[in-house]
Design a protein around this ligand. Structure first.
Ligand code: NDP
Ligand code: 8X3
Length: 255
């Protein structure tokens, strides 16, 4: 029986790469994001290329009624979630606190923390009932180190790290694995979103060194997912070779 993987934020970046890699390995998928057409295109392609089953689940993780209604709407094979990848998330802006935008703060907290909680609350009971499952929470180097002007985003990722420990403690007696995946600089749409469409600033983040690719993170997640039943990777920090900490990146810039 193929396993079923539920991925939030699958329309881009790390979530998209996880969908691709799990599909290539024959897993069935439940794909979530807000951008319906991107999920529809991805889902159609993965079904035809890999012959897997895919259910599209379009909702905003911040809207709690939508989260629970979406999970309630699952039926048949879709109800048995073996693997949850809590990936949907974003950073908005880089400012000292007094200059921060309140709407940006709320969107980051509501997405990265409360959204992850809603999706987990909706899916954990099924895993407990079956006494099996694997939850991946996508944290960040920003969940280990706080950097200048990263204040609220870093705080949300610290919260993800803490909640991952909470889940691990609660679920250890239910045979459910919980893994924290913490990437360093990964070139996705992340910086474009953070800098609100300012492509030059976004590209500059990755200039002069080789950042991680979304597929590098997907490879790590699938590796952890395929370990023997008695092995759990609790905590994985993945950095580009050129990055030694949140702010120390060896860049070779010309001109
Ligand atoms: P992308 O911007 O490429 O992807 C983010 C994904 O999250 C998109 O699919 C987006 O879909 C989805 N998303 C955002 N808000 C919501 C929402 N409210 N409801 C549902 N889905 C949402 O960035 P990444 O792939 O880089 O980011 C994925 C995760 O990785 C995030 O949690 C991020 O914090 C984390 N991360 C990223 C790093 C990096 O350097 N790139 C490093 C460390 C961690 P849509 O807009 O269609 O809803
Ligand atoms: C994303 C990585 O360093 O931009 O979580 O915060 S960083």
């Amino acid at each position: 029986m193929p396993k079923n993987v539920f991925i939030t934020g699958a329309s881009s970046g790390i979530g998209y790469a996880c969908a691709e890699l799990f599909a290539r390995k024959g897993y069935n998928l439940i794909l979530n994001a807000r951008r319906e057409s991107r999920i529809a295109d991805l889902s159609e392609r993965l079904q035809s290329e890999y012959g897997i089953q895919v259910r599209n689940l379009i909702f905003d993780v911040r809207e709690r009624e939508s989260v629970f209604a979406a999970v309630e709407s699952l039926s048949g094979w879709e109800t048995d979630i073996d693997i949850l990848v809590n990936n949907a998330g974003l950073a908005l802006g880089m400012n000292d606190l007094p200059d921060g935008d309140l709407n940006d703060w709320e969107q980051m907290i509501d997405t990265n923390v409360k959204g992850l909680l809603y999706v987990s609350k909706a899916l954990i009971p099924g895993m407990k009932k079956r006494q099996s499952g694997h939850i991946f929470n996508v944290g960040s180097i920003a969940g280990r180190e706080t950097y200048l002007k990263g204040n609220v985003y870093c705080a949300t990722k610290h919260a993800v790290h803490s909640l991952t420990k909470a889940m691990r403690i609660e679920l250890v007696s239910h045979n459910i694995k919980v893994s924290l995946i913490s990437p360093g600089a990964t070139e996705t749409e992340f910086s474009k979103v953070r800098f609100k469409g300012d492509d030059d600033t976004a590209k500059n983040v990755y200039r002069g060194f080789e950042p991680l690719k979304a597929d590098d993170i997907a490879q790590c997640i699938v590796f952890c997912a395929e370990l023997p039943l008695h092995v759990n990777v609790d905590d994985m920090l993945i950095m580009p070779t050129a990055q030694a900490s949140a702010t120390i990146i060896h860049k070779q810039l010309q001109g």
